[in-house]
Design a protein around this ligand. Structure first.
Ligand code: UDP
Length: 419
């Protein structure tokens, strides 16, 4: 029985794929690898493609007999959605509409949809149950809520059988150590705090200290990603016919300061935290009532302690300081980034050099990449030495690899580093 997992190479998707494979299913991962990682797929088969292309989906449904769909692929950063709503509506809505069209054409009715607590907006009461009114306050939250509404309509008129799982804050990593959280640009609290513990970042910013909460910082309900993945398998196996909605959270809230404190305890690191302004699109408190999931799905959050979530995440981050990228690749990426930021080469030249290196079958380190650029006349001797010296200095300082070369201010890079 083939089950399609869109976004199955991402953080939550990869844990779902592993859980499905463990339960005896054959997951087919459909992912454009914009955020996902090939190496994160354990027990599934990858088909690269984009949900915005109906042709890609049609080809997939023609090739495989799909019995059900787990739809995780989406853009999912609240702040980015406030800055670029079009990206969110195009990607999340158009992608889902294409997927549903393909499903109907191939007579697939069952879909487990990755929705979000962001659909609720600012809660009117806590804990939030599924009957709570939805007034999402960010384009990300709205995109998820619109999709839910579309699914209700498709259920009524086209016989779709959607189960919509509203996640609270997914956290932690696969307890077996195979999978973890590795975003290209990290914005989530726990991985960022752990990067400070690893000395890859100097400090963490606390977004907003004047919220109407106990210590003034935002409260969130963290749920272990493996527990979350298990809920998907349960939801699929229940075989609901009509549209269903379930909250997935632990039922307990932790403030940003409390999370940082737990990270200090687990890692034994000092972890510098500085107060910062509120982040747009953040509601003050989100805490789930998970009674419905417990009753109807028989779901238990077995890894429910925040400490367990941080411990499993810490284990992953310590073992994989560069995420799914190995050390040599990370060094090469860093080398290329610096060369571009110093205005020595263009992105196109870097791509060309990397391709050359691959074609020559040179198991390339960043130094070999530099030599190749030298041979090709892309870099001068002194430029190569400048880059290598800069990398050495950074390695000694143990400063995050993304730090910009002195005197070459680049606002885009600085913004990313602040994160
Ligand atoms: N947060 C923070 N500093 C950071 C990242 C996040 O203070 O560097 C806060 C954020 O404002 C929110 C909470 O931590 O209140 C959880 O944010 P995260 O991005 O992890 O998840 P979200 O709640 O946005 O899904």
């Amino acid at each position: 029985m083939a089950l399609l997992v869109t976004g199955g190479a991402g953080y939550i998707g990869s844990h779902i794929v592993k859980e499905l494979a463990r339960s005896g299913y054959h997951p087919i991962v459909f992912d454009n690898l914009s955020e996902g990682h090939r190496k994160a797929i354990h027990g599934g088969h990858l088909v690269e493609g984009d949900l915005k292309s109906f042709d890609d989906l049609h080809r997939l449904f023609t090739t495989y007999r799909i019995d059900g769909v787990f739809h995780m692929a989406a853009c999912c950063y609240v702040e980015e959605s406030v800055e670029d709503p079009q990206k969110y509506y195009l990607n999340n809505l158009l992608g889902t509409l294409n997927l549903l069209r393909a499903m109907l054409e191939f007579d697939v009715r069952r879909i487990i949809f990755s929705s979000s607590a962001a659909t609720y907006g600012v809660p009117q009461y806590l804990p939030i149950d599924e009957k709570h009114v939805c007034v999402p306050i960010s384009p990300y939250g709205k995109s998820k809520w619109f999709i839910e509404q579309i699914m209700f309509d498709y259920a009524k008129s086209h016989g779709l059988e959607p189960v919509m799982l509203r996640y609270f804050n997914a956290a932690g990593a696969d307890p077996e150590g195979d999978l973890g959280e590795a975003h290209r640009i990290e914005t989530h609290l726990i991985p960022l705090v752990l990067k400070v513990a690893l000395k890859q970042k100097q400090k963490v910013r606390v977004f907003g200290t004047d919220y109407p909460t106990g210590d003034g910082t935002c409260i969130r309900d963290y749920i272990h990603v493996t527990d979350l993945a298990k809920a998907h398998v349960l939801a699929y196996e229940k075989h609901f016919c009509g549209p269903e909605i379930f909250n997935l959270g632990s039922g307990k809230g932790f403030s940003v300061r409390e999370v940082i404190e737990v990270c200090r305890k687990v890692t034994g690191a000092e972890i510098e935290a500085v107060d910062a302004p509120r982040r747009p699109g953040d509601p003050p408190s989100l805490v789930a009532s998970n009674e419905r999931a417990a009753k109807e799905l028989g779901w238990r959050h077995e890894l429910g302690e925040l400490e367990t979530m941080v411990e499993t995440a810490w284990h992953w981050h310590r073992k994989h300081p560069n995420g799914y990228t190995d050390e040599t690749e990370a060094q090469k990426e860093f080398f290329g980034e610096i060369a571009i930021r110093m205005d020595f080469i263009t992105h196109e030249q870097l791509d060309e050099a990397l391709k050359l290196q691959k074609d020559m079958d040179r198991k390339g380190t960043h130094k070999l990449l530099g030599m190749l650029m030298l041979q090709e006349g892309m870099l001068s001797n002194s430029q190569l030495i400048q880059i290598l010296k800069y990398m050495e200095t950074k390695a000694k300082q143990k400063v995050p690899q993304g730090a910009a070369p002195a005197g070459k201010a680049n606002p885009a890079v600085e913004k990313q580093e602040e994160n």
